[in-house]
Design a protein around this ligand. Structure first.
Ligand code: 13P
Length: 345
């Protein structure tokens, strides 16, 4: 298959209406923190068992088009002795891979960060591709404070996101471009809106400079939302309206799909926000989810590392996947949160 045909087939599959992406690509330190908060010890085996539990959930492929894996998982086998990418492919779910190598300090800023991992990226992508990866993810973060994000951080991060995206496309891998304006802090929704607009704009200017084909990317942005510690929390309608206003201003219609991160919202908020945006349609792009915490929170807390809890944990994951899938078409209703939604229902 030609590179363009590969990119086109992957982008089409990832933007299927009513389906989203499961982010199961937490780095080892991050998943360890989440496991420990739930009393689960973090070993190569428990991480494998947990992620195997998620992707073995019967019927989750009705709601999920792709799963982002961490490198460790890409190289692991499930309990059935099948490699993770092969198991996903068998269910019609595309395997993806987190390829940034985490955040480092950006010199000459007030503690701001830039994501690293460009050196040798093309070679790594060839290796990941040979193991089944069809798409990739790279995350940059922006912290809101009275002095940040600086113009330097906005441009440096836009630059690495665009270079990463161009290298992915060269290798027939669809890049998920993830600029995350962090929810931590006391900022208002208005401040988040004022900062997110130039952040997203700089990302698209850089993608344009690097000649990235927008038809073959997925944008994974944060929503426009009040800071976690802000005393005035914006309502669902306000978040949906502000987010749509800024994305319509900054994201060309050539982008096939926007898949939000959940970023520390509750599971219920992440679903309600997505649904309200889709219910406001029509929109120029598919608008869906690429959540980690908002899909996994209840499943992880239910699993607790015990094989006896697998079915209940899978039901918890299934419910969030189904509700977010409905939210991706604007058909979710608040009353569904109380319904008993399980795998066999
Ligand atoms: P959250 O949905 O937990 O924010 O994670 C998404 C993600 O992939 C962060 O990079």
């Amino acid at each position: 298959m030609s590179i363009i045909n590969e990119l086109s087939a992957t982008a089409k599959k990832l933007s299927e209406h009513g389906k989203g992406i499961l982010a199961a690509d937490e780095s080892t330190p991050t998943i360890t923190k989440r496991f420990e908060a739930n009393g689960i010890s973090s070993t190569e085996e428990t991480r494998r068992d947990y992620r195997d539990m998620l992707i073995s959930t019967p019927g989750f492929n009705q709601f999920i088009a792709g799963v982002i894996l961490f490198e460790e998982t890409l190289n692991q086998k499930t309990a059935d002795g099948v490699a993770f990418p092969a198991k996903l492919e068998k269910m019609g779910v595309l395997p993806g891979i987190k390829v940034d190598k985490g955040l480092i300090d950006l010199s000459n800023t007030d503690g701001e960060k830039v994501a690293q991992g460009l050196d040798g990226l093309a070679d790594r992508l060839q290796d990941y591709k040979s193991k089944g990866a069809k798409f990739a993810k790279w995350r940059c973060v922006y912290n809101i404070s009275s002095t940040t994000p600086s113009t330097l951080a906005i441009h440096a991060n836009a630059e690495v996101l665009a270079r990463y995206a161009a290298i992915c496309q060269d290798n027939g891998i669809v890049p998920i471009v993830e600029p995350e304006v962090l929810i931590d802090g006391e900022h208002t929704i208005e401040q988040c809106e004022a900062i997110s607009e130039p952040v997203f704009q700089a990302v698209f200017e850089a993608l344009h400079r690097y000649k990235v084909k927008l038809e073959y990317i997925v944008l994974k942005p944060s929503m426009i939302i009040s800071g976690k510690k802000c005393s005035k929390q914006a309502g669902v309608k306000e978040v949906a309206e502000a987010t749509m206003r800024i994305l319509k201003r900054t994201v060309p219609a050539a982008v096939p799909s926007i898949n939000f991160l959940s970023g520390g919202q509750t599971s219920e908020q992440a679903t309600a926000h997505l649904n309200t945006m889709n219910a406001q349609g029509p929109l120029p792009w598919n608008l869906s989810f690429s959540y980690a915490r908002a899909l996994q929170e209840y499943a992880m807390a239910t699993w607790k590392g015990e094989s006896n809890n697998v079915e209940a944990a899978q039901n918890a994951f299934y419910k969030r996947a189904k509700l977010n899938s409905l939210a991706a078409t604007g058909q979710f209703k608040d009353s569904m949160e109380k319904e008993d939604i399980s795998m066999v229902a």
